[in-house]
Design a protein around this ligand. Sequence first.
Ligand SMILES: [Zn+2]
Length: 402
Amino acid sequence: MRRMATTLLYHRDPLLLTFESRVVAHGTHGSRPSLILEATAFYPESGGQMGDHGTVRVDGAERKITDVQIDEQAQVHHLLDDGPLPAIGATVSGSIEPARRRLFMALHTGQHLLSHSLLEVARADTVSCRLGETACTVDVDVPALTERALRDAEAHANAIIDDDLGVYAWFPDDAELAALPLRRRPKVNEHIRVVAIGGKDGEPLIDASPCGGTHCTRTSQIGVLRVAGSEKYKGKTRVTFAAGARARRELTDEAAALRALAAELSCGPLDVAAALTKVRSDVAAVSERMERLQGQVAESAAAQLATAHPAPAPIVAVLGDKALVRAIGARLMSYDGRHALLAAQDGDGLHVLCVRGPGSTFDCSAFLKRVASEHGGKGGGKPERAEGRLPAGVDWAALTRG
Ligand SMILES: [Zn+2]
């Protein structure tokens, strides 16, 4: 049995936020019971746009609408919070959550404007779009977009927002439809709704597309459009954008983060990049100086250790720093006929390094493998140099005497 399609009040007036209608049926959507009204101003999720939220009131009791969906017979299913559904035949007062509706109107109209701008500025044709709860994207049929093209498209869209042009939605007859320069082909064959930016009362026609969504009635209601960036996606380019209240929140949040960073760097927000370049070069200079000083320390420590442990005994030391142990080890590899057994104490054990100089026949790798297998550690390398780890509590000085 074919059921009556729900009358869609938002098609006529996207700013209609309260309405009254009769309950005509109880339905189900997915596994949830749903309320079907004769007419509704609630936008059901479709065409990449999320459904409205809000309330219905019946006999003084208010119920939350948590989701709105539309089925193949064009009946709109209102999904309510837990509780019995209002009786069939009852009249309910519906109320749309205004901030969410206004946001999606701005995002949707912003998407039309951005798709037009990307076509105008970069010959990039929109193939699909999504207006999500947290992010909005437009996919265009070009392999890449330059930062310059994104900025130009954003500026183009914002100029049209400032022009405060009318945005019109209507169902043209066949002759009028045929004469309209539609940006994309309709997805349905009859009852085609067109959304146009400009084109009436002497305004230039900026964009005309078939669309069933809720849109602003003037471009200035979009407020601002911002392009956050783009990425390659399956041979195409995905552009991320925001409009209206969401764009303002993103911009103010990012500005606050930038100001906090600027305060840390004791500079203005626009000087952060220059300040960071200076910090990077300061860090590079400090680490170069550190390396030079560590080289000098290692040089003199190597000489002192060699004197303190005369040949043929090995040069033995336990230090506090792995990098210093490696630096000293590197220098001791030039000491003729000597070998060194060095260790660095750290949190969970000993980092050990064995090296030998020219003329020494000591096998560093064999020594370390034996010690590691006897004490539950690990290590290895070459006869000239071997490195490994031993568990905490191993007495390195005693071990190297054997
Ligand atoms: Zn639209």
